[in-house]
Write a protein that binds this ligand. Structure first.
Ligand code: ZN
Length: 355
């Protein structure tokens, strides 16, 4: 895939750099790089909304971009929901007598398809997490999620999930008659190698479930296990009282188990990119090393972290350096941090909404 490179660089030798991991600095960064566009979006969102379909490979961090956009233009005006979370929510509802009744009565009124509501109920009860729910059921459930979020712009993550569902999403607005809002496809291109490393080095707090990355996104405390000779992260959340973050079984395999799924996702993005008639936004996570100086500022690039145990001083030394990866075409590239990608999202959003 060849998405255009978006320029976020500002030609100002006196520009200070930002620590984009900190919310307050991010706010200032967004103001500097997209201030007028953010104002336009805020103004628009006072009386209007939109529906945006996020299309990216599995584990490409789709949620991060929309959540960060909400952070920049106002959390009360923008919402995000993922089909995965939605379905996990259904599994909970089915177990609760009152919620189950509400769900089934909603489906009585809103579901159109080949299954009776009785059959759906049974299917949901016996569903293993591996089986996919039929598209007609997903449509009814997405409709419910949208109805729950009146007066908010919505990012949908995980629908459409295949080419069949793309046709539905194109006419979804007409089908369910939601508010005449503009609808937009947001296509996200993240190289496979980036996803691979994100999974391999992922660490999760057993208490609050926060996810970080030993190599790419450490916490503020890194410790060393002398017996196992390995470095580990301590959760930053004060409520977790110094919990040691752990890796999930299977994560060490990286993208290996999801290789087929990534291929389908890539095909879906490629086909969607050539659709006519619906506005599209292209988000690109990587930038060729040879081009980066022209397009982005240094602090907008994802660094990698290495660690060294200093025995005498009894502490961990942190070494930060630029992280170079091969993109899907084999070109040496840097991976952008989320904020510059969100700047390009904001700018393109203003354009497709004609603001
Ligand atoms: Zn925690």
């Amino acid at each position: 895939m060849k998405f255009p490179i978006f320029k976020t660089k500002i030609e100002d030798p006196n520009q200070k750099s930002f620590n984009l991991a900190l919310p307050q600095e991010r706010q200032k960064y967004f103001e500097l790089k997209a201030g007028p566009e953010i104002e336009k979006l805020k103004e628009y969102l006072k009386d209007n909304t939109f529906i945006a379909y996020l299309l990216g490979k599995k584990n490409s961090g789709k949620g991060t971009y929309s959540k960060m956009l909400a952070e920049a233009v106002g959390k009360e005006k923008i919402d995000h929901f993922s089909i995965g979370d939605m379905i996990r929510g259904i599994d909970e509802e089915i177990k609760d007598e009152k919620k189950r009744k509400e769900l089934l009565s909603f489906l009585e009124k809103n579901y159109r398809g080949w299954l009776s509501v009785k059959e759906i109920e049974k299917a949901l009860e016996q569903r293993s997490t591996k089986t996919l729910l039929p598209t007609d059921l997903i449509l009814a459930l997405v409709k419910r999620e949208i109805a729950r979020r009146q007066r908010k712009a919505i990012f949908i993550d995980g629908f459409p999930r295949d080419l069949g569902q793309v046709s539905y999403s194109l006419f979804f607005r007409d089908l369910i008659g939601y508010r005449d809002d503009p609808d937009i496809f947001v296509l996200i291109d993240v190289p496979r190698t980036v996803i691979d490393e994100r999974i391999k080095w992922r660490r999760i707090c057993p208490v609050c479930k926060t996810s970080r990355n030993l190599k790419l996104l450490p916490t503020s405390r890194i410790e060393y296990d002398k017996v196992k000779e390995e470095f580990y992260l301590i959760c930053d959340n004060p409520e977790c009282q110094g919990a040691k973050m752990v890796s999930k079984e299977g994560d060490e395999l990286g993208i290996e188990p999801i290789r087929e799924r990534l291929k389908t996702d890539e095909e879906l993005i490629q086909r969607t990119a050539s659709l006519y008639g619906i506005p599209k936004i292209f988000l690109r996570n990587s930038i060729p090393v040879v081009k980066f100086k022209e397009y982005v500022d240094e602090y907008e690039i994802t660094p990698e972290y290495h660690y060294q145990w200093l025995d005498k001083e009894n502490k961990v030394k942190i070494i930060e350096k630029p992280w170079i990866i091969k993109d899907d075409e084999g070109i040496e590239s840097y991976s952008l941090l989320a904020p510059p990608v969100v700047v390009s999202l904001i700018s393109q959003m203003v354009e497709v909404l004609n603001l």
